[in-house]
Design a protein around this ligand. Structure first.
Ligand SMILES: [Fe+2]
Length: 508
């Protein structure tokens, strides 16, 4: 039985576990079409496989996190996304199940308009969603096989919408893994792929600060970049980074434990106002995936409780990362903080490859190693640093905003702009399950400060930063204007058909 499982795991690994983002250029249409078709099926199957970790139907309806929908929503959401985007762009005029396509369309980001009341939803059964996914797979497969497109693929291409659907699904692969990590352990069952966690843990290394040479740097990319990107990646931001020092390793569970034992969770001076409010509301003053059993600590991976791997990176939210830095500043009597986005990219310059161009990932990313984090001293990069990319995400000091030259993609106009509010902070570098666009150098993802992802941090010694100014996107007036902007008839003279892709409608 074991050998069958191993064999199955290896076959699956070869088939769809490790994938590479599609390069948008080329000259051979049929080759590119086949590549996109494979990428679609790999992503769709990989996504379905992670839901096999739920051990019964009721786990689909157990809310892992009070601020998120139950997993049944996410199971259907990524399929519904394909159909809705193909319809909104006029590429198809076919609906598979209008009720599901409405109910499973919008996720939650704790905006004032989010609806988290279960009584407002008549959730489908898991089998109904499986059936919906099957029909979607057939439709999208057929679309990819038959649609006309030119190379290179650009924002206007029908294939862009397919890639948007695939990359959206890969985002949810990772966010779903976080939700599964938050489910009660009794909802979980072992899995031939997803149970394959790192088995190594040794004494944690002691961290140190290493120099990084600064200089002028330009962030952002142009529209002719050969990889799919979300709208917030385009444009340019020119800045200058002073020389600074950065920690050699990501902060390990052990290094963070020193903050815990120094009573860091109970000392107001280490927390900013919001962070202190958050920590006061927490019953357990420990990182989210730690559990204290007697005088020992356990660690929750996605599917298991294991003995604490002290040399693996800690997973914390932005508040905790900042509080640790403030504590570390007082211990070292230095100015310690998180890196800015530009400082992180200055460090990232020391990595001379990117997904999809590497043969093997230089760090624990893209599902190329195990299905968990691993020791912080396993993946060495240049100049003494470890984990410049991969293992866990690295929080930064920078709230996400657009670069100069930004414009929204009309097929997904609420992807980025609601996060330009000073409340969503960038994290960089990807983690063990980051694939597709999540795993490329130019991607930009930001989350609210109290959110948990597979995210930790490395710290820097650098001058203090000015306080960032907050946008006011979420006021009622701004929301009203935004809605009018999209759904009004001629407001701001924006054509309401602007999101239609210039291609005849396909009836499939
Ligand atoms: Fe989504």
């Amino acid at each position: 039985m074991l050998s069958t499982l191993t064999q199955e795991k290896n076959t699956l690994k070869d088939d769809f576990l490790v994938t590479k983002t599609v390069i948008l250029s080329g000259t051979d249409h049929s080759k590119k079409r086949k590549e996109i078709l494979n990428y679609f099926h790999n992503s769709f199957s990989l996504y379905e496989s992670i839901f096999e970790c739920l051990n019964n139907e009721s786990a689909f309806y157990t809310r892992p996190n009070p601020l998120r929908h139950p997993l049944i929503f996410y199971f259907g959401h990524t399929a519904v996304f394909f159909i809705n985007k193909l319809n909104v762009t006029g590429l198809i005029s076919t609906r598979i199940d209008p009720k599901l396509e409405s109910m499973l369309a919008i996720g939650v980001d704790e905006m004032s308009w989010d609806d988290l009341h279960d009584e407002h939803y008549d959730w489908p059964t898991a089998d109904e969603v499986r059936d919906y996914r099957k029909k979607t797979r057939t439709l999208v497969d057929q679309f990819i096989r038959t649609t006309d497109f030119t190379l290179p693929i650009d924002w206007q291409s029908p294939m862009w919408i397919i890639l948007m659907g695939i990359e959206h699904e890969r985002i949810h692969l990772e966010t779903t893994s976080v939700l599964i990590r938050e489910l009660p352990i009794q909802c979980i069952t072992p899995h031939p792929i997803w149970s394959n966690i790192c088995l190594t843990s040794n004494s944690p290394p002691s961290n140190e600060l290493l120099p990084v040479i600064g200089g002028a740097i330009t962030l952002g990319k142009s529209k002719n970049n050969p990889l799919y990107g979300w709208d917030n990646e385009y444009g340019a931001f020119h800045t200058y980074v002073d020389n600074f020092k950065a920690s050699k390793y990501l902060v390990s569970n052990k290094e963070f434990f020193d903050f815990v034992t120094a009573n860091g969770y109970n000392q107001k001076e280490y927390w900013d106002k919001e962070g202190w409010q958050w920590v006061q509301s927490r019953e357990h003053k420990l990182p989210r995936y730690w559990l204290k059993v007697g005088d020992r600590f356990k660690y929750r991976t996605m599917l298991e409780m294991i003995d604490m791997p002290w040399d693996w990176p800690v997973d914390v939210n932005h508040y905790e990362a900042k509080a640790f830095c403030n504590w570390k500043s007082s211990v070292l009597e230095k100015n310690i903080r998180l890196p800015t986005e530009a400082e992180w990219y200055t460090l990232r310059k020391q990595v001379d490859t990117d997904q999809p161009y590497w043969n093997q990932a230089p760090g624990n990313i893209n599902l190329e190693y195990e299905m968990s984090a691993c020791p912080v001293n396993r993946h060495a990069f240049a100049n003494g640093f470890y984990d410049i990319i991969g293992n866990v995400w690295q929080w930064t000091e920078t709230p996400i905003d657009c670069y100069e030259g930004f414009s929204v993609h009309p097929a997904y106009d609420d992807f980025s702009t609601p996060t330009f509010d000073g409340k969503h902070f960038l994290f960089k570098g990807g983690c063990w399950i980051s694939t597709g666009n999540y795993a490329i150098k130019d991607s930009r993802y930001a989350f609210r400060r109290h959110f948990f992802q597979h995210a930790g941090f490395r710290y820097v010694e650098a001058p203090p930063l000015p306080k960032p100014c907050l946008n006011i996107y979420e006021t009622d007036a701004m929301v009203s204007q935004y809605i009018e902007f999209h759904y009004g008839e001629t407001y701001f003279a924006v054509c309401q058909d602007s999101c239609r892709i210039n291609q005849p409608t396909l009836m499939i």
